[in-house]
Design a protein around this ligand. Structure first.
Ligand code: DQA
Length: 142
């Protein structure tokens, strides 16, 4: 099974940005955490990060072309703005799980709406980096 993990803007600054909200784990450590878990459960994982909306869309399209079985995406702030990412998710015939480190529903009002979640099979929000593990398990158990 082949899963793509896509991280959006500012997630490369994990461990630097708002540690009280996003925790102290660095982005590199998050990638190792995901890679180690996927090795254990024998899932082939590719992890990508971009601060650029169009690159995230290109990754979603590449996942389709390269026949990935599932996608875990944290679109960062694009969650709340990007119809283009929603359209890309809806364009591909691959189950997508949306993950947020923080509980977006307990934060500012503008974070309460996810534009992208309606294209996904489900959403995980508020469990920190463990959310990625939950997302991968959700895809594996389908
Ligand atoms: C986030 C939540 C978003 O509202 C925010 O813009 C982020 C990170 C999260 O993982 O909690 O960049 O997606």
């Amino acid at each position: 099974m082949k899963i793509m993990v896509i991280n959006g803007p500012n997630l490369n600054f994990l461990g630097i940005r708002e540690k009280n909200i996003y925790g102290t784990m660095s982005y590199d450590s998050l990638c190792s955490y995901i890679h180690n878990f996927c090795d254990d459960i024998k899932v082939d994982v590719t992890i990508l990060q971009s601060n650029i909306e169009g690159e995230i869309i290109n990754s979603l399209q590449n996942a389709y072309i390269e026949k990935y079985d599932g996608i875990v995406i944290n679109p960062g702030a694009y969650t709340h703005t990007s119809i283009a990412i929603l359209d890309a998710i809806k364009s591909i015939d691959i189950p997508v799980v949306e993950v947020h480190l923080s509980n977006i529903y307990s934060r500012e009002e503008f974070r309460h709406k996810s534009i992208t979640a309606p294209g996904c099979i489900g959403q995980i929000s508020g469990f920190g980096t463990y959310g990625y593990i939950l997302g991968i398990l959700a895809l594996k158990n389908r």
